[in-house]
Design a protein around this ligand. Structure first.
Ligand SMILES: [Zn+2]
Length: 248
């Protein structure tokens, strides 16, 4: 599979041009022109690059790539080491950020909904990447906690009373704690995201809406896996997801 065709197809599938993002979407570092083996991961850390190149990747597909708005533009330090490693091995890096949160089927939020038993009823937040809806079965908060722990393989940090019934829920993968007030205004019983900030605790207590911090990394593992699997099936290339554990 030609890299340029893979990028063109994925960009269209992800509707990448429609997003005002904090980083470039698509090929961020160009390697060899043909892709037979694709490795996906959440973040293009040096550990992921090493693991991917260790299994013979031609291209690496991630949610968190490089070249973020407001970062130091110089290629130095950690950034230099990562880019030098990719270039030396002639391996490409493809990154999809907001488009991969938002995609209605392959996206992080759609995939989370599927795994956690949430039904999507609407969208909110910046560029409509966050979702709200209902649990397919009403659960007390402690029951939802048990489910999140089991599905994501990691205990969430929860602000709320365990016996509170949860039926309406809003969610957004990653660091979407800034959407909590908007979620409260939607009238949900709980809000689930990856990270939590200090003020979320007070908001949760005073609004009576539970806050579930399920892990930035843990909530963003599924979009890139679904996209990688889709590309593998579409083009007959091999795909492997490599999870580099991250406690945040
Ligand atoms: Zn993220």
């Amino acid at each position: 599979m030609e890299l340029c065709k893979l990028e063109a197809y994925t960009g269209q599938l992800m509707d990448a041009d429609q997003f005002h993002d904090y980083c470039p979407n698509g090929v961020q570092v160009e390697g060899r022109p043909e892709v037979f083996r694709l490795v996906s991961g959440v973040t293009a850390s040096l550990d992921l690059l090493k693991a991917a190149i260790g299994v013979g990747a031609d291209a690496i597909l991630v949610h968190h790539g490089y070249f973020w708005k407001n970062e130091d533009a110089r290629i130095a330090g950690v950034k230099r080491a990562r880019i030098e490693f990719l270039l030396r091995h002639n391996v490409s890096l493809l990154a999809y950020h907001l488009p991969l949160d938002a995609h209605p089927v392959l996206g992080n939020n759609a995939q989370l909904a599927q795994k956690l038993g949430f039904e999507v009823e609407g969208r909110f937040g910046e560029q409509s990447i966050a979702c709200h809806g209902a649990l397919t079965d009403e659960l007390p908060l402690c029951g939802l906690e048990e489910r999140v722990t089991r599905v994501l393989g990691r205990a969430p940090l929860i602000i709320g009373e365990g016996d509170t019934p949860v039926r309406r829920i809003a969610w957004c993968s990653g660091a979407a704690q800034g959407y909590f007030e908007e979620a409260i205004r939607l009238g949900v019983d709980a809000f689930l995201t990856g990270e939590i900030s200090e003020q979320c605790v007070h908001l949760a207590r005073e609004a009576g809406v539970a806050f579930i911090a399920a892990g930035h990394h843990a909530t963003e593992r599924y979009g890139v896996q679904a996209l990688g699997a889709h590309l593998a099936q579409q083009f007959g290339i091999s795909h492997q997801f490599i999870d580099i554990d991250n406690p945040v």
